[in-house]
Write a protein that binds this ligand. Structure first.
Ligand code: GLN
Length: 289
């Protein structure tokens, strides 16, 4: 059997299992199993061993059960970083790259001294690590309640050669060293309304960590906590950037206002959904020096 025969068989298998993008997923997993470059695989169409055929079958069986493609492959690209993912950690989404890019722009503007940045609900560490890589002078802190997630975050720091990001286990601000203040706080918190979880696609609902998705009864629990406490952990003029769920921008804007933030702006994602909220603290008294 040749590689493209295995691809054809795999596509049919995933189609029968009701996987939407059967061909695309079969292609990625087949070439991943073979360690083959896509173009080379089509050009050469090599004969495959029984062992490789069995390996391809195992990967397809996992996908057929609904396991996300990214968990099976084991990593995703996030702003040029290779982020390892697997059971126990949320898979970084393309919208979150926009949040990280906006954070890089905002933190990069601060000038001297180098910025201190906090990423709450860091998960795989993708946002914290993208910031740490883009701003090598910055010191980046990430926190998460999940030990499993932090294992991935630390692994991702190491595998991407990033030394200016540190990760702490605990809820939101609680594990931080006392008295530490930041120039920028960024977060992609859990924001799905609890009652909507059951209706999510099974790849998310049955596989990704519920704790990374569930934003409580109205989906806004984490915004209240983050924006409510952020002022105590920011320098004057400091910034909070949050990813928003669909339809949440007006309510989160209100929460930010009630939490004492002055300038508040919301940016849309590629799909035109209001996705990123930026809230700035006032600078306080003008510096007389
Ligand atoms: N964006 C994720 C989703 O669509 C949710 C992640 C989150 O709650 N922050 O499932």
């Amino acid at each position: 059997m040749r590689l493209l025969d295995a691809l054809k068989a795999s596509t049919e298998y995933l189609e029968k299992a009701g996987i939407d993008d059967a061909f695309a997923d079969a292609e990625i997993l087949t070439f991943h199993a073979a360690g083959a470059d896509r173009l080379a695989a089509y050009m050469d169409n090599p004969e495959i061993t029984k062992g490789l055929r069995a390996k391809i079958r195992r990967l397809m069986a996992r996908r057929a059960k609904g396991e996300p493609l990214q968990y099976i492959v084991g990593h995703v690209d996030f702003l040029g970083l290779t982020i390892h993912v697997g059971k126990g950690v949320l898979i970084p989404r393309p919208e979150t790259e926009l949040l990280a890019e906006e954070a890089i722009r905002s933190a990069g503007k601060g000038g001297t001294p180098p910025p201190a940045i906090l990423d709450l609900c860091t998960g795989s560490g993708c946002i914290a690590l993208a910031l740490a890589k883009a701003l090598p002078e910055a010191e980046v802190y990430g926190t998460d309640v999940s030990k499993d997630a932090l294992r991935f975050a630390k692994k991702n720091a190491g595998s991407n050669g990033i030394g200016n990001a540190a990760f702490f286990e605990g809820s939101l601000f609680s594990p931080l060293p006392g008295g530490k203040v930041f120039d920028l706080i960024v977060s992609n918190p859990p924001y799905i309304v609890s009652a909507d979880i059951a209706g999510l696609q099974r790849e998310i609902r049955d596989w990704e960590p519920l704790a990374a998705l569930d934003g409580g009864k109205d989906g806004l629990v984490f915004y209240r906590k983050i924006l409510g406490e952020a002022g105590r952990h920011l320098r004057p003029g400091g910034i909070v950037l949050c990813e928003l769920g669909f339809g949440q921008s007006d309510m989160v804007r209100k929460i930010a206002e009630l939490s004492g933030f002055g300038r508040i702006t919301v940016t849309k994602d590629y799909a035109g959904i209001e996705r990123i909220l930026k809230a700035e603290l006032d600078r306080g008294m003008p510096d007389s020096g």
